[in-house]
Design a protein around this ligand. Structure first.
Ligand code: PLP
Length: 396
């Protein structure tokens, strides 16, 4: 078949790219949406007022190019200087920016030698599936390092063996390593000592992606301020109910931050996002009360699912990873969707037996548990869709 002319104009690596697949945002009335880890509670009233008050003739003006006021407030919050902080259009933008700033496009051929390591993006699996896509877009290579069976970080000895045997792809000199902490999609948290050991073993830049850290028992921000190769990624999206506004930031060594500022677009963070984030920092008590409530709902959800035969992993996030009984996880996805409850399922082998369920309001969790009960009561035979999924699974 002849490739169309416009397609020929696209870089071959982009033509071959498997794009990142975001969780669905369907407009089904009455849908209970538990698939993208959004906060079920709205932003604080003060934040909504601040955004409304900023919508006037000033929209014609460019926003502050480096989000100065926000960086100053964040610096005060974290006990550092504004030079330790870069703000992005969501932390996703910053992850891409880190790839462009610290990783050389691919060196062709050869083993993972020193030169190739300079163009290697490393990450653990399973974790955030955007990382390999960023590497592919940039023309870098990836090193996917499997987590332990319980989604823990592999011990130093295990990592060294992966390297020697050439079985895994552990690359201590990788230009950039992403670590999702707490981990997604498992929800597992990691001790700061363990993270520090890894950061010290790595010679390139390490991004500790703390998107869910507000729901965890601890954080590793101090590593971004203490170790010269570590950037800690935070976002206003999940914990601070601002997905719509797109604001995230890195904390790290001023030299790394300065390099990122050189590469970023001039006006990367929109003005209303800066306003909303600043107002958020004025009302942290509101959010901390919500975190406590979500953590409480999470633990109740874990107990309720376990009582129904689910195997639920401990979670330090606003979601749980649960292995359902009776039907395959993919079948559960379809059956819950039939009842207007949307959860997330990933086909990757390490997690395909699990559902990832966002913690919502107690009411939403009540509806979920009711639906689970109904499915368990009703279902001996498979739905048509489930049968098809099962067939596909058998032939895969
Ligand atoms: C949601 C998420 C992000 C992206 O957050 P934004 O700030 O909305 O771009 C980054 N990393 C992980 C692990 C996430 O789950």
């Amino acid at each position: 078949m002849r490739m169309g002319l416009p397609t020929k104009l696209v870089r071959p690596s982009v033509r071959a790219l498997h794009a990142y697949v975001p969780g669905e945002q369907p407009k089904i009335p009455g849908l209970i949406k538990l698939n993208t880890n959004e906060n079920p509670y709205p932003p604080s009233p003060q934040v909504l007022r601040a955004v409304r008050a900023a919508v006037d003739g000033r929209l014609r003006l460019y926003p502050n190019p480096t989000a100065e006021a926000l960086r100053e407030r964040l610096a005060a919050l974290h006990g550092c200087r504004p030079e330790n902080i870069v703000v992005g259009n969501g932390s996703d933008e910053l992850l891409a920016l880190a790839t462009r700033t610290f990783v050389e496009p691919r060196v062709r051929g050869g083993r993972l030698d020193a030169q190739a390591a300079a163009s290697t993006v490393q990450y653990f699996t399973p974790s955030y599936s955007l990382y390999p896509v960023l590497a592919d877009i940039h023309g870098a290579q990836h090193a996917a390092v499997p987590l332990a069976g319980d989604f823990g970080l592999p011990a130093p000895g295990a990592l060294n063996r992966m390297r020697r045997n050439g079985r895994g792809e552990w690359t201590p000199s990788a230009a950039l390593t992403f670590i999702t902490t707490p981990n997604a999609p498992s929800g597992r948290g990691y001790a700061i000592g363990e993270l520090e050991g890894l950061c010290n073993a790595l010679r390139g830049v390490v991004v500790l992606d703390e998107a869910y850290v507000d729901f965890a028992q601890g954080h590793a921000l101090e590593l971004g301020l203490r170790l010269p190769n570590v950037l800690v990624a935070r976002t206003f999206s999940k914990a601070y109910s601002l997905c719509f506004q797109r604001v995230g930031y890195f904390v790290g060594h001023p030299d790394l931050i300065a390099a990122l500022h050189k590469v970023k677009d001039s006006y990367n963070v929109n003005g209303l996002g800066q306003v909303a984030a600043l107002a958020t920092l004025d009302d942290l008590a509101y959010y901390r009360a919500k975190f406590a409530r979500i953590v409480q709902t999470r633990e109740a959800l874990r107990r309720d699912l376990a009582a129904l035969g689910f195997s639920v992993l401990p979670s330090q996030t606003n979601f749980v990873l649960a292995r359902p009984p009776r039907f395959s996880a993919e079948e559960w996805l379809a059956r819950l969707r039939d009842r207007r409850i949307l959860v997330r399922w990933f086909a990757a082998p390490s997690v395909r037996d699990y559902l990832r369920i966002t913690v919502g309001t107690p009411e939403a969790m009540g509806a979920l548990i009711e639906a689970v009960r109904a499915i368990l009561d009703s279902g001996i035979g498979l739905t048509a869709r489930g049968k098809r999924a099962e067939e596909a699974g058998r032939h895969a």
